[in-house]
Design a protein around this ligand. Structure first.
Ligand SMILES: Cc1cc2nc3c(=O)[nH]c(=O)nc-3n(C[C@H](O)[C@H](O)[C@H](O)COP(=O)(O)OP(=O)(O)OC[C@H]3O[C@@H](n4cnc5c(N)ncnc54)[C@H](O)[C@@H]3O)c2cc1C
Length: 500
C-alpha cells in the first residue's frame, strides 16, 4: 500500500502517532536519523491522561508495571525533612490512574517501539528527512539513509522531529518564546543507602535539587541548576562537592550526566496544508510538572484519528483544521503556566528563600491538609482538565460537562472506549428516538445505569454524550437532542462507524 502518512521522528510523539494510525489501518512510514531509540532517561513523569490513552491502545498496564508510582513529595533542608505531601491516590475517583508514574523515557520509547512492531511497522532508523515539497496532490520528501538519497511520496507529513525540527524550519514557521538563562543538569546515579521511592526536593542556600527513583536501573535521577561559576564543559564532578551534602547522599556510580538549557516556545502554526507539527517540534516548555512529553503524546492522539478519518473518507477535510485549533490553545496556555511555576522555583537568589517563606507555610499545608486542593493539583498536572470548548466539534452542556471536556471517568464507562471510535453514552434512561437515530447513524450506544458516581463525576441523569475517538465529549446533550447530533454529522460529513 502506498504511504499515507510519513512521520519524521521516532521520539514518544512520533511513536504514539504511528501506533494510533497503524491501529486504524493507515499505512505509515516512520523514520529517525538516530540509529536506535534514545538512551537517556529524560522525561520521567507519565501522567494519568497519557495512561488513559494507553489503556485505549491496550498497553497501560505494561507501562505501569515497569514504572514506579510516586508515593509522596518530601522537602528537605540540610538533610532534615521539613514537609511532606502524600501523593498516594491523589486523584482517587477522577481517573483509573490516580497517581503520578515515574517511567524513564528510554524504557518508554523501547516499549512504544515494540508496540509499533506488533502493529507490523518498523521504525526506519538512520534515515533522515532532508527536504520536502507539498502541493494539492501530496507530499514528496527526500530522505537520506546510509549516504543514499531516496524519494518518498505520501498524502500527509507529520513533523515529530523535536526541538530543532527540520519540518518546522522548512515550513518557515516562527518559533517564538525564549530561553531561560540558567544551565540545568540531569544525572542518573547509583547512591549508597536505602532505596528511595519518592520525589525529594532539597533546599540549600539559593539552590535546590530534586531526586527521584529510576526503577529499571535501581538508580536515582538528580536534577538541579548548575552553579554560575561552573566551567564551560561541566561534568558530574563539578557538582558532586555541593550536591552530596545537600542531598545527604553518596554517589557511587554515574550512569548518565547531561546539561541543558530550558526553552519556552510555541510554533506559529501546527499545520500548513498537508504538513503537521506535533510534540517538541510544535512547543517547548519548562520541565515544571513534567508536561512536555505528555503534551506531545496528547498531540499525537488528537491528530491520529482525524488523519485516519479523512484518509478513509469518514470525514470532511475540515476535520483536520480542528487539530491546530484545539492543540495550539493548550500549548500556549501551558507555556504560560509552566513558565510561572518555573520562575517561582528557580528565581535566582530566592530559590531557597522563596520555598522557605512562601511555599512551605502557605502551599504545602493546604495541599497536604485538604483533599480538594490535592484533587485540583492532580487535575492540573495529570492533564485530565485539557478541554476544547471552542472547537468546531464541541457543543452543549449537560450537568457540569461542557462539549470539548474529557469524558469524566466513572467505573466501567472507559471500557467501551477501547474501540478507538465514536460512541454515544447515556447515563440513565435512553429515549427510543435517540436509540433509533444512533442506529441510523451507525453510532454505537452505551447506556449506563444512573449512579451516585456518575452524579459525583458531574454527569447529568438521562443526558446523552457523544464521545470522540480520543475520549473527549463532542456534544453534551441534556435532553438527548437528536437534531444536534445529526447536524454535526452532516456538517463534517462524519461517518461514525468505520465498518463499510
Ligand atoms: C535532559 C532532558 C531532560 C528532560 N526531562 C523531562 C522531564 O522530566 N519531563 C518531561 O516531560 N520532559 C522532559 N524532557 C523533554 C522531553 O524529553 C521531550 O518533551 C520529549 O522527548 C519530546 O518528544 P518528541 O517525540 O516530541 O521529540 P524528541 O524526543 O526530541 O524526538 C524527536 C526525534 O526526531 C528525530 N529527528 C530530528 N530531526 C530529524 C530528521 N530531519 N529526520 C529524521 N529524524 C529526525 C530525532 O532523532 C528524535 O529521535 C527532557 C528533555 C531533556 C533533553
Amino acid at each position: 500500500m502506498a504511504t499515507q502518512v510519513l512521520i519524521v521522528g521516532a521520539g514518544p510523539t512520533g511513536l504514539v502517532l504511528a501506533i494510533a494510525l497503524a491501529r486504524r489501518g493507515v499505512s505509515v512510514r516512520i523514520i529517525d536519523k538516530n540509529s536506535e531509540p534514545g538512551l537517556a532517561s529524560r522525561a520521567m513523569a507519565v501522567h494519568a491522561r497519557t495512561l488513559e490513552f494507553y489503556r485505549q491502545l491496550g498497553f497501560a498496564d505494561a507501562v505501569i508495571n515497569q514504572g514506579i508510582k510516586i508515593e509522596a513529595i518530601h522537602l528537605r533542608e540540610h538533610g532534615e525533612e521539613i514537609a511532606e505531601l502524600p501523593l498516594h491516590d491523589i486523584g482517587a475517583g477522577l481517573s483509573p490512574y490516580p497517581f503520578v508514574l515515574a517511567y524513564p523515557q528510554d524504557d518508554h520509547e523501547r516499549l512504544l517501539t515494540a508496540q509499533l512492531q506488533a502493529e507490523g511497522v518498523q521504525v526506519e532508523w538512520n534515515t533522515e528527512l532532508e527536504s520536502f515539497t507539498q502541493d494539492e496532490w501530496g507530499v514528496r520528501a527526500v530522505l537520506e539513509s546510509n549516504g543514499e538519497r531516496h524519494a518518498c511520496s505520501s498524502v500527509y507529513l507529520c513533523g515529530c522531529d523535536g526541538a530543532r525540527s527540520r519540518v518546522r524550519a522548512s515550513l518557515q514557521l516562527e518559533f517564538t518564546g525564549g530561553t531561560y538563562k540558567h544551565l540545568y543538569y540531569v544525572a542518573d546515579v547509583q547512591t549508597s543507602g536505602p532505596p528511595n521511592r519518592d520525589l525529594i526536593g532539597h533546599l540549600g542556600a539559593n539552590t535546590f535539587a530534586l531526586m527521584l527513583p529510576v526503577r529499571s536501573r535501581g538508580m536515582q535521577r538528580l536534577i538541579g541548576i548548575m552553579p554560575e561559576d561552573a566551567p564551560e564543559y561541566p561534568t558530574f564532578e563539578t557538582i558532586r562537592p555541593t550536591l552530596e551534602p545537600l542531598l545527604g547522599i553518596q554517589v557511587e556510580q554515574v550512569n548518565w550526566f547531561s546539561t541543558y538549557r530550558v526553552h519556552h516556545r510555541v510554533a506559529s502554526r501546527f499545520r500548513v496544508d498537508r504538513s503537521f507539527l506535533a510534540g517538541d517540534a510544535a512547543h517547548l516548555h519548562s520541565p515544571a510538572g513534567g508536561q512536555g512529553m505528555n503534551t506531545g503524546i496528547g498531540d499525537a492522539i488528537n491528530l491520529a484519528w482525524k488523519l485516519a478519518h479523512v484518509l478513509q473518507g469518514r470525514a470532511d477535510l475540515a476535520l483536520l483544521d480542528t487539530y491546530e485549533a484545539e492543540r495550539i490553545v493548550f500549548a500556549r496556555k501551558l507555556v504560560i503556566t509552566t513558565d510561572r511555576a518555573f520562575q517561582l522555583i528557580v528565581s535566582q537568589g530566592t530559590g531557597g528563600q522563596l520555598l522557605r517563606s512562601w511555599l512551605l507555610p502557605h502551599v504545602f499545608p493546604v495541599l497536604s491538609g485538604f483533599a480538594a486542593a490535592r484533587r485540583t493539583l492532580f487535575r492540573t498536572l495529570s492533564q485530565v482538565l485539557i478541554h476544547y470548548p471552542d472547537s468546531a466539534l464541541s457543543g452543549g452542556r449537560a450537568g457540569e460537562v461542557i462539549g470539548g471536556d474529557r469524558l469524566p471517568w466513572v467505573p466501567d464507562n472507559f471500557t467501551p472506549l477501547q474501540t478507538l471510535d465514536w460512541q454515544l453514552h447515556v447515563y440513565g434512561k435512553t429515549d427510543p428516538l435517540l436509540a433509533a437515530t444512533a442506529q441510523a447513524l451507525r453510532l454505537p450506544l452505551h447506556a449506563f445505569p444512573w449512579s451516585e458516581a456518575a452524579e459525583h463525576a458531574g454527569l447529568l441523569e438521562d443526558a446523552a454524550y457523544l464521545v470522540r475517538p480520543d475520549m473527549h465529549v463532542a456534544l453534551a446533550l441534556p435532553r438527548q437532542e437528536v437534531d444536534v447530533l445529526r447536524d454535526l454529522a452532516a456538517r463534517l460529513q462524519l461517518r461514525f462507524s468505520g465498518d463499510s
